[in-house]
Design a binder for this molecule. Structure first.
Ligand code: FAD
Length: 118
């Protein structure tokens, strides 16, 4: 039955959050000005503290401590996020995503070249 008006479970929350993060990275400036870099750094830090799944938040805090965000520009940020997502994928036994610019742009930026998603 339809559960779309129920509170999100951990998986739904995760899908929505990754959608937001990867999409934001795909539209991030190619080369981000200092103020934008500060804002992105603050967003990621806050997310790791406020994420409403406590064990997810704990692991994410540890992960970004060892792997500081690359907020310099679109490609660096997209790849960094892809790797963070892969570390959660690994933990959950999910498939690894190939973090190339091409694959990331196809999934989260311009979409596939064959126009399937236009
Ligand atoms: P998702 O993992 O949500 O991915 C959505 C889509 O993103 C995929 O269909 C694929 O097209 C694409 N994708 C997959 N991998 C990548 C990648 N590396 N880079 C770019 N795109 C990719 N769940 C838990 O059970 N335990 C946790 O500890 C946990 N920690 C989390 C921490 C954070 C910060 C976030 C945002 C989510 C966390 N989640 C956790 C949720 C989990 O990551 C998934 O979102 C959830 O399990 C649903 O998975 P899914 O198979 O629908 O696809």
């Amino acid at each position: 039955y339809d559960r779309s008006d129920c509170p999100p479970d951990v998986a739904q929350l995760g899908r929505s959050t990754w959608t937001f993060l990867h999409t934001t990275a795909a539209y991030y400036p190619l080369k981000a000005p200092p103020e934008t870099q500060n804002n992105m750094m603050a967003l990621l830090k806050s997310l790791s503290l406020l994420y409403p799944c406590s064990w997810c938040a704990d692991d994410f805090q540890k992960d970004i401590k060892y792997n500081p965000p690359d907020v310099s520009g679109r490609e660096g940020l997209s790849r960094w996020l892809c790797e963070r997502h892969n570390s959660v994928n690994l933990k959950l036994g999910k498939e690894r995503f190939e973090c190339t610019n091409e694959k990331l742009d196809e999934r989260w930026g311009e979409g596939p070249k064959n126009g399937r998603c236009d």
